[in-house]
Every structure is written in structure tokens, then in C-alpha cells.
Ligand binder design. Sequence first.
Ligand SMILES: *Cc1c(COP(=O)(O)O)cnc(C)c1O
Length: 495
Amino acid sequence: MVCAGTALGLAPALFCVLCRISPPEMDSCLIQVNSNTALPSILDVHVNLNGKGPSLPKGKGRKPHWAVRASEMSRRTFNPIRAIVDAMKVEPNPRKALISLSIGDPTVFGNLPTDDEVTRAMKEALDSGKYNGYAPSVGYLSCREVVAAYYSCPEAPLKAQDVILTSGCSQAIELALAVLANPGQNILVPRPGFSLYKTLAHSMGIEVKFYNLLPEKSWEIDLKQMEALVDNRTACLIVNNPSNPCGSVFSRSHLQKILTVASRQCVPILADEIYAEMVFEDCKYESLAKLSTNVPILSCGGLAKRWLVPGWRMGWILIHDRRDIFGEEIREGLLRLSQRILGPCTAVQGALGHIFHRTSPEFYHNTLSFLKSNAALCYATLSTVCGLKPVRPQGAMYLMVSSPCGEGEGRFVGTGRAFLPSLKTPHVGLFLGGEGRKGCWLRLVFYLRGSRWGSRWSISQSLRTMWSSQRGSLLSSLSSVYLPRASSTPTSSVW
Ligand SMILES: *Cc1c(COP(=O)(O)O)cnc(C)c1O
């Protein structure tokens, strides 16, 4: 068996070779690489030892013919936002500049660079030449230690073993869902909420039940309605705080009430805390895990939003399980799932310690004060438009605004194509939306700046124009505004 390693051109001393019971035609050898990390990487090589290939399938009556079909999983997979954005063919208007108020990517306007220290840490990691290879599937132990230490607190202590590194927060959510729910079970998901939850769940054959967020209560959860959704097939509750798309931040007492429901119903929580700490001064962010005494929590986070580098694809799951309810089973399940594909980028792992510890406090402060002043301007502007009701954001990068859309009124609801005519409307770009429970809602991002695109005034004007020309009636997701390229109005300070 040792020769299997030699045959592959690898030093036999490096391997400890285990042989699996295999079908007679095919000897499968599992070659385990000695590794100095806590979790050895596994190189699974199937070696054909006696020269015979596997026999052809003897399917009875099979007449070979081409019948290549997309799988059911692929057909079940649908991300409404990406589908629309990727397929969108918008003819640019040469006389107008496009301002997108839609995409949850703080880098699109080029006005919110990450901290210099973050870039430097990444350059150093690359220059060191030490981070070009495969890391363990859950990330380097040293890097998991860094994340554990950064997020550990006396109420919710974390060790390296409680951290699983992933490719962005999206993969963290995917692994967490995959380990907690079987096909046919259901999960509880916020409405309005981040569309990825439903996309992933449906792709995996997991049912989605929506609980409502209440705009009149700063988007707190309708706890009674949520609890009524729980049944014996409920696998987990997703809580997203601070919220995309609402820009809301839950108070400590509301978080405690959520935990009470989860505890009473014995439902674990998947906490999407990608906007952790991205809250304005007047409120405080608290993690669910810090307040939980018994509810087991998988907290998903990442670098994308707070450090403004979504393209670096670094995320994590923090396993909080003080009552040992998840136990070894969920940990091992997460480990196995992480081994399907190596998710977390090695180079970013090499930089992560410095990213956490060298990023200047001013960077966080400046990002938040920029977001806060933009949020205030957006809120103030929209409040002056008759019929519109923006909800004041408390954090993250989003603001929701509603307009009454009475029955029978010309609605502007539907899929991508339905919106294209609006491109001809002066100043107005593109909306996508639908109806909310009460009225219609639109999500706006508020991290654009004025100086590059026009003045504060013209952005305000465009928001007004956008609304008055559409008579409202929109939910969520995407919107863009066209502005005149050369603004005739006096340019004021950077927005
Ligand atoms: C942006 C976002 C994510 C995804 O983060 P990535 O690290 O880019 O995968 C997850 N959840 C919410 C609510 C988000 O807004």
C-alpha cells in the first residue's frame, strides 16, 4: 500500500495509508497526510490497483440516448435578486448618470474604501508566500483562535474549536442550514428579509415559514405570530440583527423575548450577525449569544460589511452551545459539511489577525458616522414627500420606505421586465419590488456620496421625483435613480 504514495510521486514517509473495504474491481485507498494543524487535511485518492476498470453498468433494457437534464436541485434553486440583476440589460442613458440605490455592496461607489491597515495586512499575507496552499477545511487553527478571541466574552466564551471559517457569511448560512435541517423540515425566516435564506432552503428541499417584522415597532418581530408558526418539523429560527433590508437594531429586551420563545419551543437559532457593531451611536448592538443562557446558537458573520471587503469572501460560524444541546453531533456535522469544498480563502486567513487588531478605531467610527449622516439625509428627504413613510434606520446600510398603495391603484410590482418602461421617465431608473403586508415597501441603500454623482440637492430631488412619478407602491430589493450628468444646482459638501 505504501507504493500507492510512491506511484503518485509523493514521498511515502509522508503518508499513513488506510485501506477501505472496496468493490472488488476498484481498490480505494484513503491517504492521510500528516499535518501539523489540528485538523489534518485528507487527500482521498481512489487507486486502481489491479489494472481493471470498474465494470460497465448492466442496466436492463437501457437504450443509450442523450437525455441530459438540469437536476431538480438546480431547478429548485432561485435567487430572485441575482436572477434579475444578472439578466438585467439596462440601456445606459448617455445624458444621465446612473445612481444605484439598490445593491448591498458598499464598494460600488468607490467612496467607502476599507482601512489601509486591512489592505496592508492582505499584502503582507501575500508577500509572505505562506498562504498560497490549502488550509484545513474549517480554517487554520491559528486563525480560528484569532476569531474566537475577538468575539469571546465572559457571557459567551469561545474557543478555536467553536469557530468554523467559511467563504463569506453566505457559506456560513448554508452550512448552518445544512447541518440543522433535513429536507421536509421547515425554518422560520424574517419578512421582509434577506432573500438568500429562502434561496438556500428551497434549494435544499427545506420549507420556509415567514414571520413578520413590524414597521410600526421599528421592525421588531411579531413574536406571537412567529411562535404560532413553530411545529414539530421546525428545525431552526433565523434572526437577522442588525437587519438587511430594514436597517433596524433589536434592543436587549427584544432579543431576550426572542430567546424566551426559542427556549420555550426548543428551537435553535441561526443568528445572521453580519452587521454586528454596525449601529449608530444612539443604540447598542448585542449579540444573541451573549444574552442566551440555554438556547444553542450558530452565529454567522464575516468581513464583508463591517470591514467593507465583500469580495474577499471571508465568513465564519461561531458555535454557542453552553448547555451542550448541539453536542458533538452538530460540530462533527459542520466539519463534514465543510469538507465538501474548501471554502475560506487561505490568503485572507493569513491577514485576519492583523485585520482585527490593526484596523484603526477611527476607521470604524468614520464609516459609521458617514452612514449615519447619509441615513439621516435620506430619511429627512423621503419624509418630505407626501405619502411616503420612511422608517428611521438605526444601523447597517439600508432604509425601508413605504407608500400607501390602495387597491386598484396603478401598482408597480412584478419582475424585471415590468420595470423597464420606467427607464424612459426622466430621472427615474429602475425599481423592482412587490407588495408588503401593509402598503408597499422599497429598500434603499444609503452609502452613496453626492459629490461624484451630483449634489446632495440633486439626489434629494431625484428621490422625490422617483416617488412622485411612480405614485409609490413598491416593495424592497432594487431601485436606481438617474441624475442629470451636469448638475446645474450648486454642489454642496460630500454626501
Ligand atoms: C451581505 C449579507 C450577507 C452575505 O455576506 P457575504 O459575506 O458577502 O456572503 C449575509 N447576510 C446578510 C443579511 C447580508 O446583508
